[in-house]
Design a protein around this ligand. Structure first.
Ligand SMILES: Nc1nc2c(ncn2[C@@H]2O[C@H](COP(=O)(O)OP(=O)(O)OP(=O)(O)O)[C@@H](O)[C@H]2O)c(=O)[nH]1
Ligand SMILES: [Zn+2]
Length: 207
């Protein structure tokens, strides 16, 4: 598995190439980018590419920043549900992830819903939860399961539903070159697995 970027120091020593370090240094990561540029057939020393390895490593810190985020902490601040007794649903949360097979972008939306137990979370935390798991190397199935299970584990709601609709650049820009298709995954837990909530939540999520 990729070394979690969580272990990368914020400011790594540019001369640190110690093979014993648990995670490659920033300098090693930049050297790896130079190798890929050479492998692609270009010259990493030409002016236009001179700063590219550093940029790529900074971009990776964003794209894989999810390893450093703790879902329990994201969902840690909770509020009483104040008498509200129905579905809480946040639709169309933008999703940017990276396919673990080709390291190509996965782009789409997530819909999250839960049936509160005793507590609710701030709405923004649902989007933060999606981001924490999306910004890792993923397959869409595991991404769906991880988001749903974190909600169930941390919030203890009566039901959880997660639906993700996404397109995979590894299918559109290379390989089979299929454009316009989207992958749909979902996970229903607790009360949403059974009627009458099942039909209700599926209708709400597909509307
Ligand atoms: N189930 C699933 N498959 C995915 C996901 N992202 C990418 N894939 C697929 O992972 C598969 C990897 O297949 P391989 O045969 O090992 O790789 P490949 O030779 O590059 O395959 P092609 O993409 O068909 O050229 C491909 O079929 C991808 O479409 C995902 O999130 N879930
Ligand atoms: Zn892929």
């Amino acid at each position: 598995m990729l070394n979690p970027l969580a272990a990368v120091p914020q400011v790594a020593d540019a001369n640190d190439t110690d093979a014993e370090t648990p995670c490659p240094s920033r300098a090693e990561a930049e050297a790896a980018v130079r190798t890929l540029i050479r492998w692609a057939g270009d010259d990493p020393l030409r002016a236009g590419l001179h700063d590219t390895p550093a940029r790529v490593v900074r971009a990776y810190e964003e794209w894989f920043g999810g390893y450093a985020r703790d879902p329990a902490r994201i969902l840690g601040r909770r509020f009483e549900r104040s008498g509200y007794d129905d579905i809480v649903l946040l639709r169309d949360i933008p999703l940017h992830s990276t396919c673990e097979h080709h390291m190509a972008p996965i782009t789409g939306v997530a819909h999250l819903a839960y049936l509160p137990g005793e507590q609710v979370v701030g709405l923004s935390k649902l989007a933060r939860l999606v981001d924490a798991y999306a910004r890792r190397l993923q397959i869409q199935e595991r991404l769906t399961v991880e988001i749903a299970d974190a909600l169930q584990r941390e919030l203890r709601p009566r039901g959880v539903a997660v639906v993700i609709r996404a397109s995979h650049a590894c299918m559109t820009t290379r390989g089979v070159h299929v454009h316009g298709s989207a992958m749909l995954t979902r996970r229903l837990l607790g009360a949403f697995e059974r009627e009458p909530w099942r039909s209700d939540i599926l209708a709400s999520l597909s509307a």
